[in-house]
Design a protein around this ligand. Structure first.
Ligand SMILES: [Zn+2]
Ligand SMILES: [Zn+2]
Length: 199
């Protein structure tokens, strides 16, 4: 039989005064009854503090949920479109404008070929959105005449034809749009990470 170490007196430091003491019960963290009482008091205070923090966090969460619940669907579309456009700008970073083929170094936009207003069905279609200069995007309303040949050259005639087909108009829910925004934020992050690793 093994002479177990069970009989050997165990010691640890008191949680209050940090002095070493011997203990029988593993739940004892104090050297004397007085420090035991203080330890209990401290623990109760810590538990209360934790409860307060948890409740405050829970409250903040439910406020956030209530705020989101009263937002119109357009709010969620805006969030999703922002994330999608950011992905497009990241994907095409460094490339010239899809319409005028210039790379002025100025602010570049994510420009839809089939506009969001005219074709809601293709607003989140990656084939439909490419890096475009501010001039073409804002002042030339997308410079569509110049956009078309370069878009076909970029994605191919077959993909272009599929893009131009009629698409079903999806009925988005808030949750789906939140998911979509999350998906594109994730995609952007991964793309940046890949490039950093390759550099
Ligand atoms: Zn003590
Ligand atoms: Zn341009």
């Amino acid at each position: 039989m093994m002479k177990a170490t069970a009989n050997k007196p165990k010691r640890r430091r008191c949680k209050i005064c940090r002095e070493w003491f011997h203990y029988q019960d593993f739940r004892t963290w104090w050297c004397c009854p007085e420090h035991g009482a203080r330890f209990a008091l401290q623990k109760r205070e810590a538990d209360r503090e934790k409860k307060r923090k948890d409740e405050a966090q829970q409250e903040r969460r439910s406020i956030k949920i209530r705020k989101l619940a009263v937002q119109p669907l357009s709010y969620f579309h805006k969030q999703a479109q922002t994330a999608f456009n950011e992905f497009i700008r990241t994907r095409d970073a460094g490339q010239p404008c899809i319409s005028c083929d210039r790379n002025t170094g100025a602010k570049m936009n994510a420009g839809h070929y089939r506009t969001v207003g005219a074709s809601k069905e293709t607003r989140y279609d990656e084939r439909n959105c490419h890096l475009q200069c501010e001039h073409c995007n804002s002042y030339l309303s997308g410079n569509i005449g110049e956009y078309k040949p370069r878009l076909i050259a970029k994605i191919g005639q077959a993909a272009f034809d599929r893009l131009m087909e009629p698409h079903e108009l999806k009925k988005w829910t808030r949750e789906e749009l939140q998911e979509l925004a999350k998906h594109y934020r994730q995609k952007t992050r991964e793309l940046i990470k890949q490039r950093e690793a390759a550099a």
